[in-house]
Design a protein around this ligand. Structure first.
Ligand SMILES: [Zn+2]
Ligand SMILES: [Zn+2]
Length: 120
């Protein structure tokens, strides 16, 4: 495994929130192309996954994390992860309902937007 690829994966795994390419570059002094190339490889190996929480800015997180959703502050842009057990029970019921109408759900994506504690 190339050194940079390992470092990029480490940054993503250690972060407590999804990281963007600029976050990675703030920690690792390499050019954008190198970061994108390493991200591409890690995505292909299913070690990380893409999260689209903000328009036009793709974030990445470890693929090993348990299923969760995000809370994004529309003011400062802070992203927090939230465990949503209550929601998942209802989601399962909904997904069964979709199965009955012939749609095989593979995943769902739900993001929450608002103001964090510091911003309201
Ligand atoms: Zn905020
Ligand atoms: Zn969910």
């Amino acid at each position: 495994v190339a050194k940079n690829e390992k470092l990029v994966l480490q940054i993503i795994e250690k972060a407590e929130r999804p990281v963007s390419v600029s976050d990675i570059r703030a920690d690792l002094a390499v050019n954008k192309t190198t970061v994108y190339r390493n991200i591409e490889k890690l995505l292909l190996q299913n070690k990380i996954k893409e999260v689209n929480i903000l328009p036009h800015i793709t974030h990445y997180e470890s693929a090993d994390l348990p299923h969760h959703h995000h809370l994004t502050c529309r003011d400062c842009g802070e992203v927090r992860e939230i465990e949503t057990r209550e929601l998942e029970d209802s989601m399962q019921k909904l997904e069964k309902k979709m199965m009955r109408i012939g749609f095989a759900v593979e995943q769902h994506n739900l993001e929450f937007y608002g103001l964090c504690q510091d911003c309201h």
